[in-house]
Design a protein around this ligand. Sequence first.
Ligand code: FES
Ligand code: FES
Length: 155
Amino acid sequence: MASVVVNGEQQQSARAGRSLLSFLRFDLGLTGTKYACGEGLCGACTVLVDGQPLRSCMTTVDAVAGGDITTIEGLATDGELHPVQQAFVDQVAMQCGYCIPGFIMTATALLGREANPTSGQIREALAENLCRCGTYQRIEQAVALAAEAMTGAAK
Ligand code: FES
Ligand code: FES
């Protein structure tokens, strides 16, 4: 039995060795976290564990027991999108949208440690996230816009 906090609520997995991604999607119904490669290569399944991005397809619930997990569903507050989510909408950064939760979680972690990232820092942080629709330029612009919104800084 492994306990974790998911989006502010205590949750338990009774299945030893349960994949964190399967736990989130199938046991908790949090389907915003996506399954794509399943091999740690694309980032679609990224969630935050104690504020750090983690590929949920590559870990088990047991491995993050006691952790504080945030999924894409946990970012909005009181019906208001998180600034990173809003910036992706404003920049029309989605095509099919399948990769976007992973990008948003990775970008949120970046802005948590670096409030005003350079273009190079944004690219480096997102370099391991793949978008099959190729909307990388708009994604980078969205992260810059989010940084601006979160700090009030003109870039
Ligand atoms: S589904 Fe986890 S990295 Fe691709
Ligand atoms: S928007 Fe389609 S995979 Fe990224």
